[in-house]
Each structure stands twice: as structure tokens, then as C-alpha cells.
Design a protein around this ligand. Structure first.
Ligand code: URA
Length: 203
């Protein structure tokens, strides 16, 4: 099977998945979309109202802002792969529950494995936690790190910037650094958990 066919296989599994209760409330599951050979993969949190209606990621207000951000670095959404940590909309857009994240985890893991992008841009703290569970987004946003052979670049969620105008500039600046980072991924260093997290592991 080609990479595109493998991604389509995952998408068809996502569309009929009943591994958690979110499947009962969905209009459409949102597997993610983009080219199988994308250099960049954006990973958001979960579908919202418009995504659930259309079965496509980032098609509402946050999606429009993401498209603007991509345009600011000369890219379009068709050039990148866009996915979410969980593939079905939580009721009233509440935060994903730990059991929903676990139930959905293998879909994102398989997408990452097939695409093997040069860089994974995590949008928001739930997506960041897939790579850097101990990190705080306020401390690590805008810093690329290598983790499990992938280069991960945490950013605030575009919706957060829409709700908190002070974050808008931060998000724009973090996005602006992506082209340069993509050109020098060999210089990006391994992720090291914060010292406090290391200490906790001892007990
Ligand atoms: N927010 C997300 O995290 N994902 C989407 O697909 C849309 C909004």
C-alpha cells in the first residue's frame, strides 16, 4: 500500500470508530487531511462544531487564523498535513478526557509513523502533551526539540490567540520561525524534561 492509501485506511477506520463515547455524539469524525509526503504536520486538539459538521480539521475561525498564519510563511493548508489528538468533537467543545485521548492515540501515532514529517507543530497543550507531557506551554512554545526521532515545535493553539489578543503576536512570531527551523533541523537538540519531572521519576 502507498502512504496515501495507508492514510486513507486510517481515515476509514476513524470514520467508523466506536472506541469511546464521543462516537455517539458526532456528526462526522475528523481523521485529518493533507499530503502523505508533507514536510510539516500540524496537530490540534479536537474537532469543534464546524469540523464535526464537515468532517475536516480546522475549518472554523481557528482554521481561518491557521490559514492566515500559514500564508504569512508563504504556505497553504494544502501543503501541510493537519490532524488532531482526538478525532471526534467533545460535547460543547470541552477539554478531551484522558480516556478519550488514550482511545484515539493509535490513530495519531500511525499517522505520524506514515508521514514522518520533518517537523510536527503541536497546537495547544493537549497536542504538546503527546510529545512533552511534563512541559508547560508558556515555557516551551516556540522552541523546537527532537523527540523519538521527530522534530517537535510547540505553539499555542490559534483559538487561544483569538480569545486572548495578547497571545496573537506570540503565535505570529512562533510561526514566523518555522521556515528557518525547517532548514536547520539537524541542529535541533533532544528534548530534556524539566529537572522537576526528572526528580519525580525517582520516586
Ligand atoms: N481546533 C482544533 O484543535 N482542531 C480543529 O480541527 C479545529 C479547532
Amino acid at each position: 500500500m502507498s502512504k496515501s492509501e495507508q492514510l486513507e485506511q486510517i481515515a476509514s477506520e476513524v470514520r467508523v470508530c466506536t472506541a469511546c463515547l464521543l462516537s455517539r455524539g458526532r456528526t462526522n469524525a475528523v481523521p485529518g487531511e493533507g499530503p502523505a509526503d508533507a514536510a510539516i504536520m500540524f496537530v490540534g486538539e479536537a474537532p469543534g462544531f464546524h469540523e464535526d459538521q464537515q468532517g475536516r480539521p480546522f475549518v472554523g475561525a481557528a482554521g481561518r487564523f491557521l490559514e492566515e498564519l500559514l500564508a504569512s510563511i508563504g504556505m497553504t493548508r494544502e501543503q501541510v498535513f493537519i490532524a488532531n489528538v482526538i478525532k471526534c468533537r467533545p460535547p460543547a467543545n470541552r477539554d478531551p478526557l484522558p480516556e478519550e485521548i488514550v482511545a484515539c492515540q493509535s490513530f495519531l501515532d500511525r499517522q505520524l509513523e506514515i508521514i514522518r514529517p520533518k517537523m510536527v507543530v503541536t497546537l495547544g497543550r493537549f497536542s504538546m502533551a503527546r510529545f512533552f507531557p511534563e512541559a508547560r506551554i508558556s515555557q516551551v512554545h516556540g522552541q523546537a526539540r527532537r523527540f523519538e526521532g521527530m522534530v517537535c515545535y510547540p505553539m499555542y493553539h490559534p483559538a487561544a490567540a483569538l480569545h486572548q489578543p495578547s497571545l496573537r503576536r506570540v503565535v505570529e512570531e512562533d510561526m514566523a520561525r518555522i521556515p528557518e527551523l525547517l532548514g536547520s533541523t539537524d541542529q535541533i537538540t533532544e528534548y530534556e524534561p524539566p529537572p522537576q519531572a526528572e526528580q519525580l521519576k525517582l520516586f
